[in-house]
Design a protein around this ligand. Structure first.
Ligand SMILES: [Ca+2]
Length: 104
């Protein structure tokens, strides 16, 4: 995860997106998916991503296994990959975008 001064990152951070739920094969909050559902609200090349459950638990504390979790591709939790056959939780994501995107 990229770290940078909070006053810099603050202006470049998107709102939280929740474009899918785990009812189907998993919870897919990939960058492509978010761009498709919320066009123009996220940059094409984010520098960082954060994910947490819709109830506010940070993604790394849930014990779920993530197929994808990076700024380039976004986030995906696939139910078939979870131990014990448990279902993925419902996650939301937000991205940090280059300053140029936020100053538009
Ligand atoms: Ca979700």
């Amino acid at each position: 995860m990229l770290t940078c001064p909070s006053d810099f990152c603050q202006g470049c951070r998107t709102r939280w997106f929740n474009s899918d739920n785990p009812t189907g094969q998993g919870d897919y909050e990939t960058l492509l998916q978010v761009q498709m559902v919320y066009p123009s609200q996220v940059c094409s090349q984010p520098v960082a991503i954060e994910a947490m459950t819709v109830s506010g638990v940070p993604a790394h504390k849930t014990g779920d296994i993530f197929q994808v979790y990076d700024a380039t591709h976004g986030f995906a939790c696939v139910t078939a990959e979870q131990p014990g056959g448990k279902r993925c939780q419902d996650y939301k994501v937000r991205f940090t975008c280059p300053l140029a995107f936020c100053s538009v």
